[in-house]
Design a protein around this ligand. Structure first.
Ligand code: CUA
Length: 166
């Protein structure tokens, strides 16, 4: 006499297998979320330093009097820039040729970007983070520094100059 529950047993074992696969899928999805969350701490240097966009102009590194180019004790130059709708402060950056330059930029409002024409300098500028970029300009010249991240109706008019002097 055939077992009247045979087909039910087969169905049950198949269902159990699929339930296991579903749990495996959910567990691996959660594992990916946790892994990428922990990996946040290993993001590029431009994303590690944080800063409060609300108090930028009141205190700290990015107060207006501290913006622009500054010579460090080791002879290198640090350039500090604040991006806001729809301009960079300062509008013109003066840097020497043949000297290591560190750009440090942050945003006072929304996501902006900056690139320096004819160089590989290219970074996003996000509120809450300090974007850093190191470079050395080989020769004097004038470069445009447009915002390359759509930031609102005035985006296309948002740019600065970089003047590399001897
Ligand atoms: Cu700032 Cu586009």
């Amino acid at each position: 006499v055939p077992d009247p529950h045979a087909s039910a047993k087969v169905a049950e074992s198949i269902e159990r297998r699929w339930a296991f696969l579903a749990v495996l899928l959910i567990a691996s999805t959660i594992a990916v979320v946790i892994f990428t969350g922990l990996r946040w701490s290993a993001m590029p240097p431009s994303r590690v330093e944080t800063i409060s966009p609300e108090t930028l102009n009141v205190s700290g590194e990015f107060v207006e009097s501290n913006l622009g180019s500054a010579v460090e004790p080791d002879g290198s130059v640090t350039v500090r820039i604040v991006a806001q709708q729809y301009s960079f402060t300062p509008q013109c950056l003066l840097v020497p040729a043949g000297v290591p330059i560190t750009f440090r930029a942050t945003s006072a409002d929304v996501v902006h970007g900056f690139l320096v024409t004819n160089t590989n300098i290219n970074s996003m500028v996000e509120p809450g983070y300090i974007a850093t970029f190191r470079t050395t300009f080989a020769q004097p010249g004038d470069h445009l520094m447009p915002c390359h991240e759509y930031c609102g109706t005035g985006h296309q008019g948002m740019w600065a100059h970089v003047k590399v002097i001897d």
